[in-house]
Design a protein around this ligand. Structure first.
Ligand code: ZN
Length: 377
């Protein structure tokens, strides 16, 4: 069932919707209870938790084997941190968790054509999963997006429309296209969030059915924050974890509408003037679910932190030198760990997980430019 958080309208799950007639995004409501005995033991993908995912029994998921990514322990300035390597999902980004559930539902609905807008990763992910399912796909992307992501979208067979200007200009272009086609928006669809919640289930299972003390995540539109909050709530309701992890949400200092609001005690994203940042995956000036993201981080007892371009640059190199090749957006999580341990916010002893969201291979063109003076090329 889709439910509108603004006007309370309800729509049946069998009907395709991407927003309410009042213009608001929709939320997904389905009473589910997480049950360890219902885990599909021999399925090492998000579909091992199928009993809590939004797909009717008998419907085949559209899957490329997303999920069940490794956790590695790393010594970071004398402190242990656990990195969750979600950039090892099939398209090179954690977004495959959400895309797999969204596209499975599109397929079940009989949708044949979709449009989507993306700074790259969500578009690349959707291009791959629609290719897998035989759905026609058009992706609107900022002309400035990383070439690695744009090549990935085009080679998967999606139509690529490059929009000059800002990320917000891309949104306007796709909304025009959405007047006549289904808008498979990863920012608006609650089904995308359904898939992201598997990250919480998987982390808890891999850590021996316990929640870490803190989870550090890059936050733009906030799907990771909302998915993790929803997943750990399911686990807590099932009596499987004794506490909720603190969500530590990281934004680029150049684009931090949520951090500004959180630190000022406000409930809505703050209006900001957006600067340039290499963390393109979280450069969202006006996150549609901002209010919910702020509430989720507050409920968890967590915090928002901002990191500068210099801090991100240093974290990219440090991660790579430890064998973790990630894109700048992902490196914000490691930069935040450095900052928060130095400030004493993260104290010794507590288990900390940082989610590495996107592969460095997608951003090689930008990394080559950034480190031109350092590279023997
Ligand atoms: Zn409504």
């Amino acid at each position: 069932m889709f439910v509108c958080p603004t006007c309370s309208a309800r729509y049946p799950a069998e009907e395709p919707h991407w927003r309410c007639t009042c213009g608001s995004y929709l939320n997904w409501e389905r009473p589910v209870r997480f049950d360890r005995d219902s885990i599909v033991r021999n399925d090492y993908s998000i579909w091992r938790y199928r009993h809590v995912l939004a797909l009717a029994p008998g419907k085949e998921p559209v899957s490329l084997g997303e999920g069940w990514t490794p956790i590695v322990s790393v010594d970071w300035h004398g402190r242990e941190i656990l990195f969750k390597l979600d950039y090892l999902c099939p398209s090179g980004s954690f977004k495959d968790r959400g895309t797999a559930v969204l596209v499975s539902k599109l397929k079940a609905w009989g949708i044949e054509e979709v449009v989507e807008d993306s700074s790259g990763n969500a578009g690349a992910s959707l291009a791959m999963y629609t290719a897998r399912s035989g759905i026609n796909c058009t992706i609107y992307a900022p002309a400035s997006a990383s070439r690695g992501k744009l090549v990935q979208i085009a080679l998967a067979g999606a139509r690529l429309v490059l929009v000059p200007g800002s990320r917000e200009d891309t949104v306007q272009a796709v909304l025009k296209a959405a007047e006549s086609t289904f808008y498979a928006s990863h920012n608006l669809s609650p089904l995308f969030l359904e898939g992201i919640k598997t990250l919480a289930l998987e982390l808890a299972e891999q850590l021996g059915w316990e929640a870490p003390e803190s989870i550090i995540i890059p936050v733009g539109n906030g799907s990771l924050a909302l998915g993790l909050a929803a997943g750990f709530k399911l686990l807590q309701d099932a009596g499987l974890v004794s506490r909720l992890p603190r969500l530590i949400a990281v934004q680029s200092a150049a684009c931090a509408p949520l951090a500004a609001a959180f630190n000022a005690g406000r409930d809505e994203p703050s209006p900001i003037t957006k600067g340039l940042t290499m963390a393109e995956g979280i450069a969202s000036k006006a996150p549609p679910r901002g209010r919910e993201v702020l509430a989720a981080v507050r409920t968890s007892g967590g915090a928002f932190v901002t990191v500068t371009e210099e801090e991100i640059t240093a974290a990219i190199v440090e991660l790579a030198e430890k064998g973790l090749y990630v894109e700048p957006t992902s490196a914000t999580a490691a930069a935040a760990f450095t900052k928060l341990t130095a400030e004493g916010y993260i104290r010794p002893g507590g288990q900390v997980v940082a989610v590495l969201t996107g592969s460095g291979l997608k951003a090689t063109d930008k990394l080559a430019e950034l480190f031109a003076a350092k590279l023997p090329l």
